[in-house]
Design a protein around this ligand. Sequence first.
Ligand SMILES: O=C(O)CCC(=O)C(=O)O
Ligand SMILES: [Fe+2]
Length: 207
Amino acid sequence: MQVCSTTTDVFTTPVTLLDGLLEYYPAAIEQADLWQHQLRETVPWQQDTITIYGRQQRIPRLQSWHGDDDALYQYSGTYLIPKPWTTELLALKAMLPPFGLSRCNSVLCNLYRSGQDSMGWHSDDEPELDTQSPIVSISLGCERDFAVRRRGETRMHSKLRLQHGSVLVMQPAFQQYWQHSLPKRATVHGERINLTFRAVCNRVVSA
Ligand SMILES: O=C(O)CCC(=O)C(=O)O
Ligand SMILES: [Fe+2]
């Protein structure tokens, strides 16, 4: 596992991007190495299957969905039933109100095993997401590019290097106008963990 340097600055001034739709705090999480190690050990990582154009495919990363019992979420054709909060995920969730997320009831954990793991273009605009709350994304481990493009366009607009211990706040309107992805990177050999904390409306969605 790559060891990255940690910082003691909890809040640095955020970098504001795309007219405030993204806020980036490069060094927001103290003891990032420790969090990365603990999450690697305690989250029940698994390689899930999604349905794309009617075909089942294994996703190119490991993931785990955690949250309150009623935080059901449909993600790329799969109903994710939340697993219970772990001690570490609850502790990280408690850090989120200063970033504007006070009603968080779920988190999607992703483990990119190397630069060969990735996430394709998408917006997190599922109807069950609370449109008043941002999504707060914590990155731990190897730096990866977060690519952004306008909805309806195929060309990448810009990219942001997400650092170890950083927090990226995605305002709701970001999902409305932009898509994002985590492209493969041949030069990255180490692991990265990403946690996206979300507010899901508490209702059961029928299949
Ligand atoms: O890994 C990342 O930084 C992005 C993850 C993401 O977009 C998602 O979980 O919806
Ligand atoms: Fe996303």
